[in-house]
Design a binder for this molecule. Structure first.
Ligand code: DGY
Length: 434
């Protein structure tokens, strides 16, 4: 086994807290939805029990309506803001009675993660019987999305907060912030005591983040009210691509399990409708790739980000569209001076290669793009992304995000945000084995 893989295993074992994993020490001290899912993919390669437990504990915090929260507050610590007392999930009548959580969600990776576990497993019979014990909860989660997050019945679900997107401070949201004027809240940030403030969102951005939550809380996190009132209401290509990918995995897994005709039929119906609307609504012909749709202000947000390419991971684009996407990816993000793939358009004046989701390279998006490009037959480009990902980790460590400019990597200081970050380790293990 390579030294780098050994180190990755160490990172994961260290962040394992007896039943679940934290994304990294200090900065993120609880269980996060999409982190947990991606972490499970890494564990599956060397400790399937932990992989299964990770998903099981996440689903244990599911609400009665199928909703899965973005953070499960599993311990009392004040090293994170905003904590459980700010989010107040108890306001929602169907929230978890067992755990304090947030009232927002994150990209629904669980479905495709279960399929990954099955693929990696050396004992498929055992893994499939585990999957049988949890799969209905994931189905219920998808049902929640299509029944509550799709007011126009299009097969596309909305997110009502930038933290739901996973791409927390993407420059795309600047357009939404321009439509808002939240109060100046007084609060004590914790993230900037753990990480250099220049790598994190600004105070004013946090005012916007908190304000949206206040509106949702005022209405006890009622989905209908949120759809009606939230200033942030976005159909996000990454979020919907992940849902579609997970939907497909559920179809495959239920088919393996057998006896679930009705659910399979429903999943197919959702799938068909979602892919159709996705292609009709989120593809921008002028730019040549997918973009975000602002459902509150009824307009496309015409920016290229790594999320623009995530539909490749879910098999959404036609071959022709994939070709156009690949061209943009190479032209904008693939120069020899760059590591792939920056999280935001390097040609934009909003691009910042050090600041969280405003430019740096993220391992989770790279992993999805690697998979997607392979599926579409672009093996040279997918290999480039795999090689770049391994190289930036090798040079800097298991950071949360990395500078996309190669020149910055000379002294091993181009890794930013949290160190010993779980999904960077987990997905590196998966990449090494792929
Ligand atoms: C943070 O605190 O920045 C988290 O990503 C929110 O989910």
């Amino acid at each position: 086994m390579k030294l780098l893989e050994k180190k990755a295993i160490e990172v994961l074992n260290k962040n394992w807290k007896n039943g679940f994993s934290i994304p990294c020490a200090n900065l993120y001290p609880f269980q996060w939805f999409w982190d947990s899912g991606l972490i499970a993919v890494g564990f599956a390669h060397f400790d399937m029990d932990k992989a299964e437990k990770e998903i099981e504990t996440l689903l244990d915090a599911q609400w009665e309506n199928g909703f899965i929260p973005h953070i499960v507050f599993r311990s009392e610590t004040d090293s994170y803001f905003p904590g459980a007392d700010f989010h107040r999930s108890d306001l929602h009548p169907q929230s978890s009675k067992k755990y304090k959580t947030t009232g927002m969600t994150q990209p629904p990776v669980t479905g495709f993660v279960l399929k990954e576990l099955y693929k990696i497993s050396q004992n498929k019979v055992k893994t499939l019987s585990y999957i049988e014990t949890v799969i209905d909860k994931v189905y219920l989660n998808h049902e929640y999305f299509f029944n509550n997050r799709d007011p126009k019945n299009e097969g596309l679900v909305y997110i009502y907060h930038n933290w739901e997107s996973g791409t927390d401070n993407s420059p795309i949201w600047d357009d939404v912030w321009d439509t808002m004027n939240p109060p100046e809240y007084t609060f004590e940030r914790r993230d900037t005591t753990h990480v250099d403030a220049s790598q994190r969102p600004s105070k004013r951005e946090y005012d916007h983040y908190l304000h949206i939550i206040e509106i949702a809380k005022k209405h006890n996190y009622d989905d209908k009210k949120i759809a009606e009132l939230s200033p942030f209401l976005i159909q996000d290509p990454l979020f919907n691509a992940v849902l579609i990918k997970s939907n497909r995995s559920l179809i495959e897994l239920y088919t393996l399990i057998g006896n679930n005709k009705d659910k399979i039929k429903q999943l197919h119906d959702w799938q068909e409708k979602s892919i159709k609307s996705f292609n009709n609504k989120l593809f921008d012909e002028e730019i040549g790739t997918y973009v975000h749709y602002d459902l509150r202000n009824e307009k496309l947000l015409k920016y290229v980000s790594s999320s623009s390419f995530s539909p490749l991971f879910a098999g959404i684009p036609t071959k022709e569209r994939a070709m156009s996407m690949v061209k943009i990816m190479i032209d904008k993000f693939g120069g020899s001076h760059q590591y792939m793939c920056a999280s935001f358009d390097p040609d934009s004046e909003r691009f910042n290669p050090k600041k969280y989701w405003r430019g740096p390279v993220w391992v989770n998006l790279n992993w999805m793009l690697y998979r997607g490009l392979n599926e579409y037959g672009y093996s040279d480009l997918s290999e480039r992304i795999k090689k770049d990902t391994i190289e930036i980790i090798e040079k800097n460590g298991f950071y949360e995000y990395f500078d996309s400019r190669k020149e910055m990597h000379k002294n091993g200081k181009a890794g930013y945000g949290g160190n010993n970050f779980s999904w960077s380790a987990a997905l590196l293990i998966d990449l090494i084995h792929s």
